[in-house]
Design a protein around this ligand. Structure first.
Ligand code: ADP
Ligand code: TRP
Length: 323
C-alpha cells in the first residue's frame, strides 16, 4: 500500500501532530509491503505565515520530529513540498479547473478559518486543492491524518473521480483517509482541539522545566483537592490516557473518583508519563536539531527520489489536455 501524509511547517510539532499524524504514519510505514511518502507541507504554510526564516526553522523542527519518531529515510520518501513546487502547483491548477466553487466555499476548515483570521487569502480557499495535488501526484492509497482532515480527503476523492471521468480512464488512484479512532482529536490545554494556531499545545520536545510549565497551564475546574473528581471530563486525564499504561490509567481514574487527589498531582503524573513515553524521541530530536545538515541531506535525498514519480504523474495529466 502507498501511504502518504504531510504536516505544515506553521509551528513546532506538538502532541496532537505526533499522536494524530506522525506516529500512526511511521507505524504504517514500517509494515512490510507499504511504501510511504511523508512530507512537510511548507507551501500550505504560506496561507498563514509569510516569514521565510520562521518557516525554515519550523521546517527543521518538524523534520526533526519525524526523524525522532522513528521515520526511516531508507524506506520512505521524505521531502519538502516546496522543493517539488512546480509539480504540486501545476496539478493544483488542473484540479482547480474540475472543482466546483461551492465545494471549496462550503469546506469546514475554510469557513472556520475565514471567520477567525484577519488574512483571508485565496490560498486559504484553494488549500484543499493543493492538498489533493499532494496526494494524487504520488498515487497514494492510504492517508493517515487527524479527524479534522476527513473532509479534505473526501474532496480529494471527488477531484480524482472528476479527472478520471473526464479522461475516461483511471488517471488517479482514489485515496482513503485512515483516522485512528483512539486518538481522534487530541484536546489542547484549554480543551479545544490542540493546534499550533490556537496556542494551546503541548510541545513534548521542550526542555523539562518548560514542558512542566506548559502542562501546569492545563485548564481544570475548581473542585477542591479533597473532593472526588470526574476523570472523563478532565483534560489532564484525557491526555494521560493517551500515553500512560492501562494500569497507570486505572490508578489515576481510581484516584480521581476517590478524592484527596488534586489536579496538580495528575499534572505531575502526566509530565512524568510524557518524559517516559518520549524519552528516546526527545534525545533524538535534540540530536537532529543540533545537526541540521543531517536533516537537510536526508530531505534532499528524498526530494531527488520523488521527483521522477511526480513528473510521471504530471505527464499523464498533461496528456488528457494534449499539452
Ligand atoms: P495544526 O492544527 O496544529 O496546525 P496541522 O494542521 O499541521 O496541525 O496538522 C498536521 C497533522 O496533525 C494532521 O494530520 C492533523 O490532523 C494532525 N493533528 C493536528 N492537531 C491534532 C489534534 N489536536 N488531534 C489529532 N490530530 C491532530
Ligand atoms: N492539511 C494538512 C493539515 O493541516 C496538511 C497536509 C497538506 C496534508 N497536504 C497533505 C495531509 C496531504 C495529508 C496529505 O493537517
Amino acid at each position: 500500500m502507498r501511504i502518504l501524509t504531510g504536516i505544515q511547517s506553521s509551528g513546532r510539532p506538538h502532541l496532537g501532530n505526533i499522536l494524530g499524524a506522525i506516529l500512526p504514519a511511521v507505524e504504517l510505514s514500517k509494515k512490510s509491503g507499504n511504501e510511504s511518502f511523508l512530507f512537510i507541507a511548507d507551501l500550505h504554510t504560506l496561507t498563514s505565515l509569510k516569514d521565510g526564516a520562521t518557516i525554515r526553522s519550523n521546517t527543521l523542527s518538524i523534520a526533526a520530529a519525524w526523524l525522532a519518531c522513528g521515520l526511516d529515510t531508507q524506506h520512505t520518501y521524505f521531502y519538502r513540498q516546496s522543493k517539488l513546487a512546480a509539480y504540486h502547483t501545476e496539478l493544483l491548477w488542473y484540479l482547480s479547473c474540475v472543482t466546483p466553487f461551492p465545494m471549496l466555499a462550503n469546506a469546514h476548515s475554510f469557513k472556520d478559518k475565514s471567520n477567525k483570521l484577519a488574512d483571508v487569502n485565496a490560498g486559504l480557499f484553494t488549500y484543499p486543492v493543493l492538498q489533493a495535488a499532494d496526494i494524487l501526484l504520488y498515487d497514494a492509497e492510504i492517508i493517515p491524518v487527524g479527524k479534522d482532515q476527513r473532509q479534505h480527503i473526501e474532496m480529494t476523492r471527488d477531484m480524482a473521480g472528476a479527472v478520471n471521468r473526464l479522461a475516461q480512464k483511471d488517471i488517479f488512484v482514489i485515496p482513503e483517509a485512515e483516522i485512528s479512532e483512539h486518538v481522534m482529536t487530541i484536546p489542547g490545554i484549554d480543551g479545544q482541539k490542540m493546534s499550533k494556531s490556537l496556542n494551546n499545545y503541548i510541545d513534548v520536545f521542550l526542555p523539562e522545566k518548560d514542558l512542566l510549565k506548559q502542562i501546569k497551564k492545563i485548564v481544570t475546574d475548581a473542585t477542591p483537592l479533597e473532593d472526588p473528581k470526574n476523570p472523563e471530563e478532565d483534560i489532564t486525564f484525557k491526555l494521560y490516557q493517551l500515553i500512560a499504561s492501562p494500569e497507570q490509567v486505572a490508578t489515576m481514574r481510581a484516584n480521581y473518583l476517590q478524592g484527596g487527589y488534586g489536579y496538580g498531582h495528575a499534572k505531575q503524573a502526566l509530565y512524568e508519563a510524557i518524559l517516559v513515553y518520549f524519552k528516546e524521541a526527545r534525545e533524538k530530536f535534540d540530536y537532529f536539531m543540533a545537526n541540521p545538515k543531517e536533516i537537510e541531506a536526508k530531505l534532499e535525498e528524498g526530494e531527488a527520489r520523488v521527483k521522477p514519480i511526480a513528473e510521471a504523474t504530471i505527464q499523464r495529466v498533461r496528456e488528457i489536455f494534449q499539452f
